[in-house]
Design a protein. Sequence first.
Length: 131
Amino acid sequence: MKRTLIVLVVLVLPLLTAVAVGAGSEPPTEVTIDAAANKQGPVAFPHATHMKAVESCATCHHTNEGMTADKVGDVQACSTCHLNPKDEAPDMGQMSLKNNPFHALCINCHKEQKAEHENAPTKCNECHAKK
Ligand code: HEC
Ligand code: HEC
Ligand code: HEC
Ligand code: HEC
């Protein structure tokens, strides 16, 4: 009994940890962005679509410079830094179309893409679900 436990702790646990850390996190197909949802409803974000449509992962994952679909790094949720930030990171909980980091990022690109991709949303209720 004791021996089995030692084998488990010495051999199996480090192996499991290595697999979990080494592989990085798995890119999601769909994400619901709702960490700040207060005045507006949550936002459905088709992640797989954007992995194809946007050339560089770092356009959005700006703290994972050089990341690719084949080399996924350790990805932190945007809310880790952008929800009620205490440093210079802009706050994802604000209404401003210019200063909210999601508005700046998502809407700017969609405006540029509108001519080719008319489905790229730019209006409030095209992103925010009704509350
Ligand atoms: C391209 C998609 C998109 C569009 C268009 C958009 N938003 Fe947002 N907005 C977001 C995302 C993503 C967040 C972060 C949501 C979260 O974490 O809950 C957000 C956050 C917010 C927040 C802060 C969180 C909350 O729910 O209180 C407000 C307020 C907001 N948006 C209002 C607006 C208004 C008003 C418009 C239209 C003038 C608008 N948004 C257009 C994507 C969008
Ligand atoms: C258009 C913006 C955008 C692009 C491009 C993008 N992502 Fe993401 N990704 C996001 C957002 C937003 C989330 C949700 C993060 C959160 O929960 O706050 C996310 C989540 C993830 C997660 C899950 C993180 C977790 O919390 O477990 C992984 C892994 C990931 N992305 C990898 C990638 C890889 C690899 C690429 C490039 C091939 C990529 N992403 C391209 C915006 C993007
Ligand atoms: C480790 C902390 C951290 C994480 C994780 C993070 N950010 Fe940031 N972000 C910052 C800081 C700090 C700034 C301000 C300084 C700068 O521009 O680098 C910033 C700036 C930005 C800006 C520029 C805003 C402007 O007005 O120029 C955007 C857009 C942005 N982040 C979006 C995101 C998105 C989307 C995610 C998730 C996919 C994310 N960030 C994840 C810390 C982070
Ligand atoms: C750098 C460019 C870029 C950024 C940044 C970006 N998008 Fe998009 N988005 C696109 C393009 C291009 C399409 C059209 C994709 C297609 O039809 O294949 C699109 C389409 C969409 C659609 C509609 C998908 C459909 O199936 O109709 C949603 C919803 C969306 N984006 C949400 C977001 C949100 C929320 C963010 C910010 C977290 C974001 N996008 C950031 C380029 C971008």
